[in-house]
Design a protein around this ligand. Structure first.
Ligand code: HEC
Length: 153
């Protein structure tokens, strides 16, 4: 019985995100985003927060600047989405480190961001957001549409 449980736990671990973030810690870190972001799927409020920013449910795998109920996107975030940027955990972490800098690098011009907030390490938050969204299809990294657009590390 114990052995079976251990096996199940290992299998569960293996299916969690390939990225380094910790979803459990990320849920706690979400309090930093709470003032402006909620996470809700229709009427199902998964994480209650403010509406200054877009609903982050399903943001991983979503094209930037396209959350339907959010009407206050800045032009530059919308432009990045129109150019094909789909949020991955890695890109979200990079964005949250410095939204204005991220958009400027993506658009190769001095961009503006309506998100006036920075967090040095959002990798746990990214893992949390990936875990609560609809399942994102596994995609080999080389097929990611944003690979070319991402600034070199
Ligand atoms: C002070 C308010 C505020 C806080 C705090 C904040 N955000 Fe935002 N966020 C915004 C706004 C406003 C936008 C829209 C930006 C734009 O249109 O330029 C945004 C956009 C985003 C987007 C792009 C979403 C999309 O639909 O393309 C992501 C991802 C994001 N925020 C993640 C986070 C995370 C993660 C945190 C916490 C670590 C956070 N934000 C904290 C206000 C905030």
């Amino acid at each position: 019985m114990t052995k079976m449980f251990a096996l199940t736990a290992a299998a569960l671990l293996a299916t969690t995100s390939a990225y380094a973030g910790d979803a459990v810690k990320g849920e706690k870190d979400m309090k930093k985003c709470k003032a402006c972001h909620t996470v809700e799927n229709g009427d199902d409020v998964i994480f209650k927060g403010g509406k200054t920013g877009p609903n982050l449910y399903g943001v991983i795998g979503r094209t930037a600047g396209t959350e339907e109920s959010f009407t206050k996107y800045g032009d530059d975030l919308v432009a990045v989405g129109a150019a094909g940027l789909v949020w991955t955990e890695e890109l979200l972490v990079e964005y949250v480190q410095d939204p204005k800098k991220f958009l400027s690098a993506q658009l190769d011009t001095a961009a503006k961001s309506k998100m006036s907030f920075k967090l040095k390490d959002a990798s746990d938050v990214a893992a949390y957001l990936a875990s609560v969204g609809p399942a994102v299809e596994e995609m080999p990294v080389e097929d990611m549409p944003t690979e070319d657009a991402a600034p070199a590390e």
